[in-house]
Design a protein around this ligand. Structure first.
Ligand code: DP6
Length: 331
């Protein structure tokens, strides 16, 4: 192979994750460091597949997302991540990136976590950097903090960052087989969210009177969640996850102008979950991210009942069930 025709390939699969303890707010904007610690469960089957080919005949990076050319703003974070990998690998060639989300439409989930985790690992291989998972997690975190967690499978913690802490990375807490939990997702609306998480958390930090209280309280909530995971205590975990959810949504709602992610079907699903707890005695708990969909947490044995109840809930468009999944896989 002559040098001018040389190409380097890689193909990666990364799973989405759901935060049990929420990340909302930044300690350092240029380095994208979270102001609070978060803990997530990586979700099996909700996968982004990313192929990358380094090609020295290209005169710019090319990015395709879900079968179309990426917009300039979508490409910006992708190129910033590629630049970071190239700088570390001391390489200059551009790359062709093709990324596809294999999420069922029912997922209603953001793809930035799985997308940037997949991209970091694929680019690491294609540019022959050979970085550790820890370094890849820090690289992915700079693109989107939740992506730092999708490098690992099972249950994962991303600590809060201190300003300037460039190397902040997530760390695996427990493997996927630690506990047979399920996330049952209730999709409550179609289309993209109105205020993205990056913008939503910035507006909350700048204007919500509750933001400082959230940042002060989040470490204690995260600690309860970590301990409950260790002890496999679902009632404690679920209650703390709901508190984390409501506290960050309270920040968003009280920002100026207010950010209101919930739809009527969101609230209907939250009440359906409470009814399952109060009337049927199920240990089932809910969480919502920067959008209207409701994700419920329960034991595998209860997932069918929870799904059936959510399917019957007014305004719920579709549902799916996910178990704890693996970390990034690259070839
Ligand atoms: C509500 O990771 O999307 O889903 O770092 O600005 O890209 P950026 O934000 P992002 O925020 C996720 C916020 C959340 C909670 C969570 O996943 O922890």
């Amino acid at each position: 192979m002559t040098k001018s025709r040389r190409k380097w390939h890689a193909e990666t699969k990364a799973c989405a994750n759901i935060a049990l303890a929420k990340y909302w707010g930044k300690a350092d904007i240029p380095l994208n460091l979270p102001a609070v610690p978060s803990i997530s469960m990586t979700l099996d089957g909700l996968v982004t597949e990313t192929r990358i080919r380094v090609d020295e005949t290209l005169d710019a990076d090319r990015v395709e997302l879900d079968g179309r050319e990426a917009t300039a703003s979508e490409s910006k974070r992708v190129i910033a991540l590629l630049d970071d990998i190239r700088r570390r690998a001391k390489r200059r060639e551009f790359a062709h990136v093709v990324s596809r989300n294999r999420f069922p439409t029912a997922a209603g989930l953001a793809s930035s976590a799985s997308g940037f985790a997949a991209l970091a690992s694929a680019a690491d291989h294609a540019y022959e950097l050979g970085a550790s998972d820890r370094v890849l997690s820090a690289i992915a975190r700079q693109a989107s903090a939740s992506a730092a967690r999708s490098i690992y499978g099972g249950f994962v913690e991303l600590p809060a960052g201190k300003p300037g802490q460039k190397s902040l990375a997530a760390k695996p807490l427990f493997d996927a087989d630690h506990w047979d939990l399920r996330i049952v997702v209730a999709q409550t609306a179609k289309g993209p969210k109105k205020v993205g998480s990056t913008e939503g958390m910035e507006r909350s930090r700048e204007t919500s009177p509750f933001y400082d209280a959230w940042v002060a309280k989040a470490p204690a909530i995260t600690k309860r969640i970590r301990q409950a995971l260790r002890k496999r205590d679902l009632d404690t975990l679920g209650a703390a996850m709901e508190q984390s959810t409501m506290a960050f949504h309270a920040c968003a709602m009280t920002a100026e102008p207010s950010i209101f992610y919930w739809q009527p079907a969101t609230l209907a699903a939250v009440h359906a979950v409470r009814q399952l707890r109060d009337e049927k005695g199920l240990s089932v708990w809910c969480t919502m991210d920067a959008g209207p969909h409701v994700k419920t947490l329960c034991h595998a044995d209860d997932a069918r009942k929870v799904r059936a109840a959510l399917k019957k809930t007014e305004g719920v468009l579709s549902t799916l069930v996910a178990k704890p999944g693996p970390g990034v896989q690259t070839r």
